[in-house]
Design a protein around this ligand. Structure first.
Ligand SMILES: *[C@@H]1O[C@H](CO)[C@@H](O)[C@H](O)[C@H]1NC(C)=O
Ligand SMILES: *[C@@H]1O[C@H](CO)[C@@H](O)[C@H](O)[C@H]1NC(C)=O
Ligand SMILES: *[C@@H]1O[C@H](CO)[C@@H](O)[C@H](O)[C@H]1NC(C)=O
Ligand SMILES: *[C@@H]1O[C@H](CO)[C@@H](O)[C@H](O)[C@H]1NC(C)=O
Ligand SMILES: *[C@@H]1O[C@H](CO)[C@@H](O)[C@H](O)[C@H]1NC(C)=O
Ligand SMILES: *[C@@H]1O[C@H](CO)[C@@H](O)[C@H](O)[C@H]1NC(C)=O
Ligand SMILES: *[C@@H]1O[C@H](CO)[C@@H](O)[C@H](O)[C@H]1NC(C)=O
Length: 477
């Protein structure tokens, strides 16, 4: 077959990219997860000497069971797994390492408790996890039980605005607030599955997926303390083909947070989830050194969060082809030491430092969105990093104030211009090329409606190509 010249391919691609957001977008659902592997062989940690009393460390017993299970799986056909069973009980442990072919079966009534001493974790701060899988394949965690990081033991001073946490900064490898162990980490893994398990009280990030391919996370509950900083729900870095579905995440910091540090992130789908957070429910970034492409967020309920759907690009990576559909949002103000200004939808791309690159954000669709919010939508590109081809279709936003925190600030943090005084608007727009607004209803609570300045706030010199079809703005009482 003759290969068309690259220039022709490029223009065909441009045409497809141009047409995509304007075509009727089909309802996007993720592929169903592969079937749950059969039970296969099972090794009980009790048989390896675990006490399960929550006092004595069971690290060695758990690790021995994992190693035996791994050896067993290695002898079976490729892709076969073996289980390590945790019968009811409390298993206190230092870091354990998950090996290829091993699924932890933490049964209901069983809790894996992470240690709270720095000596419980490896020397390198980037390996501080209670459960760590590194460079392995066909691994998982399930069983209906709990993994608990004892996060409250890491609080130095309780404060209902924001807890002050201990810092394990011994070497300078991590600093101040960012210096505590994570709960569960999969680093450089293939075929990861976490399902039917609760991940509770992480001291720092909860479930961390790093440079993985084929990850399924479903029927997982994540509970973090609402006043504890950095207890993110699920962080997905530099990974391809990730599916998150039927999860409940109730935590202080960001709930679902794709980031790029060392490579791009492609094809992530999150559906059928319930989220509450004092930060962003969905947040792309702010670590954004490489591209994000092909992400779908569908059927998600976001309650009482500080920010709803966020794209926060600071380091030069580009964002392309993202769909947010069938999402209910309620966003409110919390103490300003938390990032978020009650924006239901927040897209910003700006250089973190004066020397950072500017990433572009293109082809973003918001379809079937209902929001009740204390602040407006914030859409802000930058000169060298435009927002292109955004589409809002069937979007209802009710603007209402119910906390007494002060409004009137545009939030460019982290870096960039920081917090800037700005009149309150329904949608603030900056540095945009192409925004289609179709069937959008704004409703303003009659009470306090004087606080709002403009339904739509933009300068024609930086915003180009906005179109409206079926736009309404109404007061209600
Ligand atoms: C939007 O909602 C309508 C009505 O519920 C539904 O028919 C349509 O499939 C939804 N669109 C998407 C992209 O989910
Ligand atoms: C979760 O695990 C429990 C205990 O094994 C089991 O009873 C339950 O059916 C599982 N639920 C799902 C959704 O798999
Ligand atoms: C972290 O530890 C390093 C090395 O001991 C020290 O130089 C630095 O000041 C500490 N930083 C903080 C924020 O504690
Ligand atoms: C994800 O896919 C991209 C594009 O093919 C590739 O560059 C990257 O290395 C992949 N990442 C992983 C973790 O395999
Ligand atoms: C992402 O998904 C698209 C569409 O299914 C596929 O063509 C592409 O190869 C995938 N990319 C990666 C890196 O998985
Ligand atoms: C949406 O997600 C909820 C769980 O949060 C689930 O109960 C419901 O069935 C899902 N709806 C659709 C249309 O898939
Ligand atoms: C938006 O409000 C209109 C009028 O009340 C309603 O018909 C429509 O279903 C709502 N759409 C969404 C996505 O909530």
């Amino acid at each position: 077959m003759a290969v068309p010249p690259p220039s022709l391919l490029r223009s065909a691609l441009r045409l497809v990219v141009y047409l995509l957001p304007f075509a009727q977008w089909p309802r996007t659902r993720p592929p169903p997860p592969p079937p749950v592997p059969g039970p296969g062989a099972s090794f009980s940690v009790r048989d390896f000497g675990a006490a399960g009393d929550g006092c004595r460390y069971d690290t060695a017993a758990i690790q021995d069971a994992i190693d035996a299970c791994h050896a067993h799986a290695a002898k079976a056909a490729a892709g076969c797994t073996c289980r390590v069973a945790f019968p009811p009980g409390k298993y206190l442990t230092a870091t354990v390492r998950l090996k290829s072919g091993v699924v932890l079966d933490i049964q209901s009534g069983a809790t894996v408790l992470g240690g709270t001493e720095i000596g419980d974790y490896p020397r390198e701060a980037d390996r501080w996890y209670v459960i760590l899988a590194e460079g392995v394949r066909d691994v998982g965690i399930t069983g209906g039980g709990v993994v608990d990081g004892q996060g409250l033991e890491f609080v130095r001073r309780f404060d209902e605005r924001k807890n002050v946490m201990v810092s394990w900064n011994k070497t300078g490898a991590c600093l101040g607030d960012e210096c505590r162990p994570r709960l569960v980490g999969f680093v450089g893994c293939t075929n990861v599955r976490v399902w039917n398990v609760s991940l509770n009280q992480p001291a720092y990030w909860c479930l961390h997926i790093v440079r993985c391919v084929n990850t399924f996370i479903h029927d997982v509950s994540i509970y973090g303390d609402f006043n504890t900083p950095n207890n993110d729900g699920i962080d997905i870095d530099d990974s391809n083909h990730t599916v998150i579905t039927r999860c409940k995440i109730d935590t202080g910091d960001d709930a679902i947070c794709p980031k790029t540090y060392t490579g791009p992130l492609y094809n992530l789908t999150a559906t059928d989830c319930w989220i509450r957070t004092k930060s962003s429910a969905i947040k792309l970034g702010s670590a954004s050194w490489f591209d994000f492409r092909g992400l779908v967020f569908d059927n998600i309920t976001i309650v009482e969060s500080h920010r709803g759907l966020g794209v926060q690009i600071r380091d030069g990576g580009n964002v392309n082809d993202i769909t947010f559909s069938n999402i209910k949002i309620s966003t409110r103000y919390y103490h300003p030491s938390w990032w978020g200004r009650a924006e239901p939808i927040y897209i910003t791309t700006c250089p973190r430092h004066s020397w950072s690159k500017e990433g572009a954000v293109s082809n973003i669709r918001f379809i079937n969105i209902t929001a009740v919010s204390e602040n407006g939508v914030f859409l802000s590109g930058s000169e060298g990093g435009l927002l292109r081809n955004l589409r809002f279709s069937n979007v209802n936003v009710t603007y209402k104030r119910w906390t007494s925190y002060e409004g009137g600030l545009a939030d460019y943090r982290p870096g960039c211009q920081g917090l800037v005084k700005h009149s309150m608007a329904g949608i603030i727009m900056e540095h945009i090329k192409g925004l289609e607004i179709e069937n959008v209803n704004m409703r303003w609570a009659d009470e306090k409606s004087w606080q709002w300045d403009n339904p739509l706030d933009f300068r024609p010199s930086t915003v180009n190509g906005i179109s409206f079809r079926d736009f309404r703005s109404d007061l209600y009482s």
